[in-house]
Design a protein around this ligand. Structure first.
Ligand code: NOJ
Ligand code: MG
Length: 557
């Protein structure tokens, strides 16, 4: 396959949230045959790989991140034959495929948790999960003060078959239906190594690791001194909360060394990308040491938002820390857990609503600039169409457990999971065979469908296609050195060099026109907006780019 064994060092990876991508059977839920039927679209878009969020057997209390069987496929999403076909068909198009592994917790419907419930305290089945006796009278107080990321307390009673509390509690950093596994247990280690091998043997190219920074808990499970500002819930990525006794413990690294050893026995070697919400680039790069994970998501850059200084700091720190461990950085602006970057970057109007036109303008510029950074890039389905976050979902439609556990105050995750529009004027816009979609789509998405944007000059889809095409062919993009060029405030400019020719990438985050130095030339490879003009002053020919615009320029070294 294209790219050789180092493909992941510079890949553009497209995240598929399978329930929301394409629905082949009209039940309103995307599925694997639907995904297969759209692989040509992904090949045409020009991605190197896809990461598919979980499709294992699951009660879907957390969108499949609650796995009841790691070796079978949820019947609503497809069959094992479908997955084999997906792997073969993706590979036939030179697209690698990453699955999603969820090792921090299982579903409460996993046979292991059922076995725990059916056996006596202290039996071996209990040791696979984090279970402790309660404290106080009747052992009615949880073992410590840890909270769930999805709000409320992080412990629930282990109950008898008839629903009586036993005095024992199980830990769930997420939903009550997601009991945390005990990574001090050898059987847990062995089982996950076997699951990895099971899927590697079927031909997948690697895994994205869910909550990769969370598996190991500090010995003794001490109370956590929650920051005073954090009134309700420990966001996984708050600077303070990142030091919690359940995140980023040194012990997790031993697990990834074990996993790396499994991946390295394959030819070609399989790869990992960790979901690591950690407070800084130095902690992050520890996961990319040569005998651990190949890459991790760089959420620090995602959180920099539309802010030149923060972007630049994050880029510098990321590159410096990754260089120390010999790993390529990754970049990501959207995924299925965060507000889509078109909406996130949109400035607030006076009336408090977001200006989504400017949000799109900014998102396009940010994406284009990010695609010129060294390393690999993750894009989330629908961002290539310029989809906004859906902020007005009816409460009854919402499925995010965080929404329900927070009493309707934390509503950020369903809005980026609305099924994507493919064609036509009315819902489900070609997502399925009829109108049904598990989350309702907005009435005004016809203009954002793949069919509407494909071939349409200036569309976001065409911008992504063009940028990916240029990136694929330009030896200076992807891995390699980055040099900052002098630029005005709120402008970032970099030079990416290769003997075959350099690329200069500039993003103007100001709301004024920016005149570029004439030394940078006028060879525009691609621009995020139409506002790019060649100005001639005397003998001087130079470019001017509009506000909130990014460009790539061809340059000589
Ligand atoms: C991170 C996943 O991306 C998110 O969707 C999920 O809810 C949590 N991990 C828990 O598995
Ligand atoms: Mg379906």
């Amino acid at each position: 396959m294209k790219g050789g064994n180092d493909w992941w060092r510079h890949a553009v990876v497209y995240q598929v949230y399978p329930r929301s991508f394409a629905d082949s059977d009209g039940d309103g839920m995307g599925d694997i045959p639907g995904l297969i039927s759209r692989l040509d679209y992904l090949a045409d878009l020009g991605v190197d790989a896809i990461w598919v969020s979980p499709y294992y057997t699951s009660p879907l209390h957390d969108g499949g991140y609650d796995v009841a069987d790691y070796r079978s496929i949820d019947t609503r999403l497809g069959t094992m034959d479908d997955v084999d076909a997906l792997i073969a068909q993706a590979h036939a198009r030179d697209i690698r495929i990453l699955m999603d592994i969820v090792p921090n917790h299982t579903s409460s419907e996993h046979p292991w948790f059922r076995e725990l419930l059916a056996s006596e305290p202290g039996s071996p089945a209990w040791d696979r999960y984090v279970v402790r006796e309660g404290t106080g009278p009747g052992r009615e107080t949880p073992p410590n003060n840890w909270r769930s990321v999805f709000h409320g307390r992080g412990w629930s009673h282990v109950r008898t078959a008839d629903g009586q509390p036993t005095g024992y509690w199980y830990l769930h950093l997420f939903d009550t239906t997601q009991p945390d596994l005990n990574w001090d247990n050898a059987e847990v280690h062995a089982e996950f190594r076997a699951i990895l091998a099971f899927w590697f043997d079927r031909g997948i190219d690697g895994f994205r690791i869910d909550v990769a920074h969370g598996l190991v808990k500090e010995a003794g499970l001490p109370d956590f001194d929650y920051p005073a500002t954090d009134t309700e819930t420990p966001a996984m990525f708050d600077e303070d909360v990142a030091h919690a006794p359940f995140w980023d413990q040194d012990g997790v690294h031993a697990i990834y060394r074990e996993w790396r050893a499994v991946a390295d026995t394959y030819d070609p070697p399989r790869i990992f990308c960790g979901e690591t919400w950690v407070p800084n680039a130095a902690r992050m790069a520890r996961y990319q040491r040569p005998d651990e994970l190949h890459t991790s998501f760089n959420f620090i850059y995602l959180e920099a938002g539309w802010d030149a200084a923060r972007m630049r700091t994050s880029i510098d720190e990321t590159i410096a820390n990754h260089a120390q461990v010999g790993a390529p950085p990754t970049w990501v602006l959207s995924n299925h857990d965060v507000v889509r970057h078109r909406t996130r970057m949109a400035p607030l109007d006076v009336d408090g609503t977001r200006d989504l036109d400017r949000g799109l303008r900014r998102a396009r510029a940010a994406t284009l600039f990010t695609l010129s950074l060294p390393g690999s890039m993750y894009i989330y389905q629908g961002e290539e169409l310029g989809l906004p976050e859906v902020v007005d979902l009816p409460d009854a439609a919402r499925q995010d457990p965080a929404w329900h556990r927070s009493g309707g105050t934390d509503g950020t995750r369903d809005g980026c999971r609305v099924p994507i529009p493919w064609s036509g004027d009315v819902a489900s816009y070609g997502f399925g065979t009829g109108a049904a979609s598990w989350l309702p789509q907005p009435a005004d998405w016809a203009g954002l469908s793949v069919d509407a944007e494909r071939g349409s000059t200036g569309s976001t889809l065409e911008l992504y296609r063009e940028a990916l095409r240029i990136r694929r062919d330009a030896p200076s993009l992807g891995e390699g050195p980055l040099a900052w060029l002098d630029s005005a405030d709120n402008v970032l400019a970099i030079r990416r060099s290769a003997p075959a020719g350099d690329v200069i990438s500039v993003i103007n985050l100001t709301d004024a026109v920016l005149h570029l130095p004439h030394a940078w030339g006028t060879e525009v490879l691609v621009a995020s907006s139409e506002d790019v003009a060649v100005l001639t002053t005397g003998d001087d020919v130079a470019l001017a780019i509009g506000p909130e615009t990014a460009v790539w320029l061809g340059a000589t070294s």
